[in-house]
Write a protein that binds this ligand. Structure first.
Ligand code: CA
Length: 521
């Protein structure tokens, strides 16, 4: 990995015992290409795709990351292209007899002296942005809230220069749903905890229709912010569109704008102050992954994850289906048996959830993943887990829960980019890190998203969408440590508002997508 890719033919093997490696060169390599080790390609192998390093017998294991990612359906000769058509996927690991907190990990040395400029909230959390968020109880009010947000931004926001943005927390939940179904607590608490995200300054402003199933006091019960009451006020507020006092559309907009003004006044008094790096709460995830995800971007994120843990910060990794095949690694790394048991409980819940839909974790991979060289979910998972670095896992966050725990946490969420991001926002993140190989313009209105490209080719083509080029790791231009440090510093700069991410620059905002495992009616 010392030579730039443009030079000689290059493959990347992740572990000495692996019998496959991936082709690093842009555009792949043609049949007949010889490597310095004597291996010759029998056919064209695309970039990121696997080549057999040795002859592999029928049914023999195919090893990448020293993990069996599948068995050969037929005998595979050295130099052949290995893909999803030549591999049989193994069954997922059982959720019994797992190693429980068995790995005794030496504590990482503390990392002191790193700070950022953040907005300290009354509850001790720290925001990286200063945003007025308007919570909605139901989709019915979305059009009205969108209209009001446009007017607030045009007419009010210029008078409050310390406020970064005004957003409507819109979603498709709230009515037409089985609100008393056992799993309905997940979307409800997700929505509640999103409105408590540190970037919103601890004030709730709610717009309700009036007749919906998700009534405001159920969404935000008394005590969440103090008390939720009718009328405008700096701490909390509720506008109900069906109120008798609203005669005409303009009256509704006026009510929302009046209440927004009270909140803007309060938010405008917020000032950034120097906060230790331990106040960072970072969510990491990947989307549009390719075979380089586990070689470049995710290991760099893993290195940055260790730096965050060393600095006393919170960092959470997620995506159940993308860690399910590595559950034994994770339970072994759990700091305590309770953490391991909580992880198993989340995996079991998710296995049941998927089996109700007659699928399993293998429903995860996309055509793009496969085109990018990932043959199946096992291979994808091994590359995904490395985002978690090497620290012990000190806690588990269930879907929609808010957390104040420090250290490396596992936040159990679907792998779906928008659902994972939404649940991490609810968990309380103030910075989001997103790695991609195929490329996605993903962004959130609620929290800045730093995007990391797995390949330099993507980083070059999407130069004004990707914030970090981790592809330099594959070409030998940078090390995992270099990119990990770059990312860590970029997190501090982004959290401080000194840097805007590309997604912020272009205002690329994906919709919130609540995870609702309960029926709709
Ligand atoms: Ca994802």
């Amino acid at each position: 990995m010392a030579q730039p890719v443009q030079g000689q033919p290059l493959f990347i093997r992740m572990h000495p015992d692996d019998n496959v490696a991936i082709i690093a060169n842009d555009g792949g390599l043609p049949a007949g290409t010889s490597f310095s080790c004597g291996l010759t390609l029998r056919e064209h192998v695309p970039q990121g795709h696997k080549v057999a390093l040795r002859d592999i017998a029928t049914d023999a294991p195919v090893l990448r990351y020293n993990v069996m990612i599948g068995q050969a359906i037929e005998a595979i000769a050295a130099g052949s292209w290995i893909n999803e058509r030549t591999l049989r996927m193994p069954a997922p690991p059982e959720l019994t007899n797992l190693p429980i907190a068995t790995r005794k990990i030496e504590p990482l040395p503390p990392l002191d002296g790193y700070t950022f400029e953040g907005y300290r909230n009354a509850d001790g959390t720290v925001g990286s942005r200063n945003i007025l968020a308007i919570t909605t109880t139901v989709q019915c009010v979305s059009g009205v809230v969108e209209f009001a947000v446009r007017r607030i931004k045009d007419e009010l926001l210029p008078r409050y220069p310390n406020v970064d943005d005004v957003i409507g927390l819109e979603h498709t939940y709230g009515c037409g749903v089985a609100i008393d179904a056992p799993d309905a607590y997940i979307p409800i608490r997700t929505l509640r905890n999103i409105s408590l995200n540190p970037n919103f300054g601890g004030t709730a402003m709610v717009v309700s229709l009036g007749c919906e199933k998700l009534q405001p006091e159920r969404l935000i019960p008394p005590g969440t912010f103090g008390r939720l009451s009718e009328g405008s006020g700096p701490e909390f507020g509720l506008v109900t569109l069906q109120d008798d006092r609203h005669v005409g559309f303009d009256a509704m907009i006026r009510s929302i704008m009046e209440m927004a003004e009270g909140h803007l006044e309060k938010l405008n008094r917020r000032r950034r102050e120097t906060c230790p790096a331990s106040d960072l709460m970072v969510g990491v995830q990947c989307g549009g992954s390719d075979a380089f995800s586990g070689v470049t971007a995710n290991p760099a994120v893993g290195f940055a994850t260790d730096l965050l843990v060393r600095a006393g910060a919170t960092v959470m990794f997620s995506e159940v289906t993308e860690v399910r095949d590595g559950i034994d690694q994770l339970t072994a790394r759990a700091a305590t048996p309770e953490v391991a048991e909580a992880m198993i409980r989340e995996m079991r819940w998710y296995d049941d959830y998927l089996s109700k839909g007659m699928v399993d974790r293998s429903a995860n991979t996309t055509p793009g993943n496969k085109k990018g060289g990932l043959s199946n979910i096992v291979e994808k998972a091994m590359g995904s887990i490395v985002k978690s670095g090497t620290a012990p896992i000190s806690g588990v966050v269930s879907p929609g829960e808010k957390t104040r725990q420090k250290g490396l946490l596992y936040a159990a969420t679907p792998a779906s980019d928008f659902v994972c991001g939404t649940l991490q926002v609810a968990a309380g993140i103030n910075v989001h890190v997103f790695t991609t190989g195929r490329g996605t313009p993903y962004g959130l209105a609620e929290v800045p998203v730093i995007k990391v490209a797995t390949r330099s080719d993507l980083a070059r083509r999407w130069h004004d969408l990707m914030d970090v080029d981790a592809g330099r790791i594959a070409t030998g231009e940078a090390t995992i440590e270099d990119v990990g440090w770059e990312l860590f510093r970029l997190m501090l700069d982004t959290a401080s508002g000194r840097r805007k991410t590309w997604a912020e620059q272009w205002k690329l905002h994906n919709s919130l997508a609540l995870f609702n495992p309960a029926p709709i009616t």
